[in-house]
Each structure stands twice: as C-alpha cells, then as structure tokens.
Design a protein around this ligand. Structure first.
Ligand code: NIG
Ligand code: FE
Length: 413
C-alpha cells in the first residue's frame, strides 16, 4: 500500500474546500479554480494543498506528474437503486411502442418485474451483481454513493437487499450510504389495500435501526403508487423513529411531493421534474436539497426536464445523480448525466461541478466527509484526461477518468 502520493503539475484543481454547508442558488455558479497546484496525500488523507512549484520537491512514496490535467474531488452519487435481480431489456420495445412507464407498472411489469427477479435471487447473486455495478460506478469517478432497497416489498427481500448493500459497503473501497425504499410500488398482494403494505414496511423500521441497515427512508409518491397523504403518514413514522428522509417526488405527475418533502424537513426531494412554481419556491426557501435526475427523463423519453434554472435562480441547493436502476435510468455513467444537466437543464459547468461534489455529499449526510479535497479529510480524488473542468460535460458519453484515488489508494487508472 502506498503511504504517500504527490500529485503535482495539476493544470486545474477544484478543491471545493471553502464550503461549510451545501452551496445554494447563484453561489453554485462561482467555482474556485486553482491553477498549477499540487496535492499531497498521506495515510489515506489529504496532507497538503499548495502551488506546484512550492510542493514539487516534497518527499513522497510516489510522485505523479499530472502534466496539466484537471483534478477534482471524487464524485458523490446521491441516488441509486444499486441492489436488484435481473434486468428489463424486454421492456424497451414496449416503450418504443409508446406504452407509458406507469402503464407498464400497472400491468405488473416495470418495478414489479424487478421485484420478482429480486425475490428469486440469492443474497450471493445480489451481492456479486451489486459489486459489479459498484466497480463500474467507481470507474466513472464516483468514490461515495447512496444505495436504495425497494425491489422486495416483502420483509424478507427488503432485509436481504439492505444486508447486501451493507456487506458491499464493508467490502468495497467505495463508501456506501443506505436507504430503505420499501414503499416503492404496490405489489399484487396489496392492490386493494396499499395502507397495509405501508404498515408492513413500517414494521421493519425498528429492526433496520437495530441492525444499522439504513440511514434514510424513501417513498415513491406518484399516481398509481402512493398518495401524498399516505406518504406523509409513512414518512412521519420514519422520522419519529429517527430516520432521515428522501422522496421520489413529482417525477411524472405534479402531486405536490416537492412541498411534502419540504414540509417534513426531508434531506432531499428527488426527481422534481414536474415541480410546480409553488413547489420550487418552497424548496428554495428550505434546507431540502433538490436531487435532479435528467438521465431518467431522457431514458423515459419525456420532454419535461426539471426546471433547474428556476430552482437555482430562486436559491435552491441542487445535486444531480444517475438514478441508476434497471428500468428508468440504466447507466452508471455520471459523466453522461453531467452532459445532460448542461444540455437539457441548462445548468452551467460551474453549477454541475457543485452538484456532483459538495451538494451531492450533503444530499446523503456526508457533507463533512466527501465531496471536497480538504486537508485532514479522506483523500478521495480524481485525475481526469482533460485540462479543464468545462471539458467533462462537453465531450459526452465517454469516460474521462484517468485515475481514481479512494482514501489515497489508486482504484482505477
Ligand atoms: O427513480 N420512480 C421510481 N423508481 C425509480 C425507477 C425504478 C425502476 O423502474 O426500476 C426511479 O425512476
Ligand atoms: Fe430513483
């Protein structure tokens, strides 16, 4: 294991180290770019940051000449459905014929198809698959990420998914943060009585706490899934048990999930593709972070992307994410999502870099650990095959990672 590594001749360095909290509104547009810098990593942590000509002679086990490359914090991915069985490529033809996502779900496909595969899969199979996707996430520059359950919706399978995520987090170099999404769809058994499904899922809260299986509770609030009233009751119970909250809110129909996320003091409201003006106003005045998922809107073939410009102009803190899952956004490529954020939501490159680092870290309660290159913190650092930060969203669809360091150790190069 390399104890110390010096990265020098860094063309552009983004440290994001001036922030104490999430970055809001117009501040997301100001990026501090350090030119010709060096970073010394020692014993897994950031030891020194300074001008390259001052640090170039520092002793280190390994010295890497970055030759003018861009260096940033390891990226943070705040919303994934990492653990699932099977895949749903057979649904692509249905989508092409114009069958809507919620209609496929209503017919027992979509999320419910993945529920069947996940129930059948063994813990070992799910674990191997999760590790495969985690490796791919890391290869795109992600060093910390969130993982949701939600393809069991029976007690046994939800716990199986959460245990798989926990084990993956313990064994993989990436840091994982777990979310319980037992309220993700209405299964056949509960069609006539969704409240009973919510009660069943809520009956797991104590055990999840005891086994330390999740920090967050999430729900899919949507037409044909859970209503605003059901979501409010369920999430309030979770909050009373000490969970932090997330919501799949205002993804397809504007039910007012954005406002509910704010009302309940949720850490994040996710999707927000069809948030109303009132929803955006409330979000901007709250501490709830908006997690926008343009890959999902693109993949579902919908025209309406989240109104990131309005959210930022009104003062909200925004993060972005892949929403990696087997149905509505089948990609681990966060760099592609950065391009979509630019092209489809008109976010500036400066805003986008805040959205994948510092703000994404706060979106999963890791603001004091991840998303910044800061002296004393874990050395999660990416060296890019690019000379400047504008280049990553610009050159789309490919992987620009040169080297990923997790806690000072090379993960990919
Ligand atoms: O964030 N909207 C609900 N859940 C996921 C999709 C899950 C799936 O289709 O398997 C989402 O889009
Ligand atoms: Fe999702």
């Amino acid at each position: 294991m390399t104890q110390s590594t010096l990265l020098y001749n860094i063309g552009q360095l983004l440290t994001m180290d001036q922030y104490e909290g999430p970055v809001r509104g117009k501040d997301m547009g100001n990026l501090d770019v350090k030119e010709n810098y060096a970073v010394l990593m020692k014993d897994g942590k950031v030891e020194k940051i300074g001008p390259s000509d001052e640090l170039a002679d520092t002793q280190a086990d390994e010295k890497i000449d970055c030759q003018g490359k861009l260096v940033t914090p390891g990226l943070v991915e705040p919303h994934t459905h990492l653990v699932f069985g099977g895949s749903r490529e057979h649904e692509m033809a249905l989508k092409q014929q114009g069958v809507p996502y919620l209609e496929i779900l209503k017919q027992g496909g979509g999320i419910l198809s993945t529920v069947r595969s996940t129930r059948k899969a063994s813990e070992e199979e799910l674990y191997e698959k999760a590790m495969f996707h985690l490796n791919r996430m890391a290869s795109y520059g992600i060093t910390t990420m969130e993982a949701k359950s939600g393809y069991g919706m029976d007690k046994e399978t939800e716990l199986k998914q959460l245990r798989v995520a926990k084990k993956a987090g313990e064994n993989h170099p990436l840091d994982l943060v777990s979310t319980f999404l037992g309220a993700h769809a209405i299964t056949e058994e509960y069609k006539e009585n969704p409240e009973a499904l919510l009660d069943e899922m809520a009956s797991l809260f104590d055990q999840i706490k005891e086994e330390d299986l999740a920090e967050f509770v999430d729900i899919f609030t949507e037409t044909g899934v859970f209503t605003i009233e059901q979501s409010r009751r369920y999430l309030q119970k979770a909050k009373d048990k000490g969970f932090d909250l997330k919501m799949h809110a205002d993804e397809i129909d504007p039910l007012g999930g954005t406002q509910l996320a704010v009302e309940l003091g949720a850490t994040t409201g996710d999707h927000l593709a069809v948030s109303t003006d009132e929803g955006i106003k409330q979000l901007a005045e709250s501490d709830t972070i908006g997690v926008l998922l343009p890959g999902t809107i693109f993949y579902l073939g919908k025209g309406e992307f989240a109104r990131a410009r309005k959210m930022i102009e009104e003062g909200a803190a925004i993060a972005i994410s892949t929403d990696f899952n087997p149905g509505s956004s089948v990609t681990e490529n966060i760099q592609l999502i950065m391009s979509l954020a630019a092209l489809k939501m008109k976010m500036t490159p400066e805003e986008i870099w805040h959205a994948v680092t510092v703000n994404a870290a706060h979106a999963i309660n890791r603001g004091d650990e991840a998303g910044q290159i800061k002296v004393g913190r874990k050395a999660d650092v990416v060296v890019w095959d690019a000379t400047n930060y504008l280049y990553i969203p610009y050159h789309y669809g490919v992987n620009h990672v040169n080297t990923v360091f997790k806690a000072g150790q090379k993960l990919f190069e």
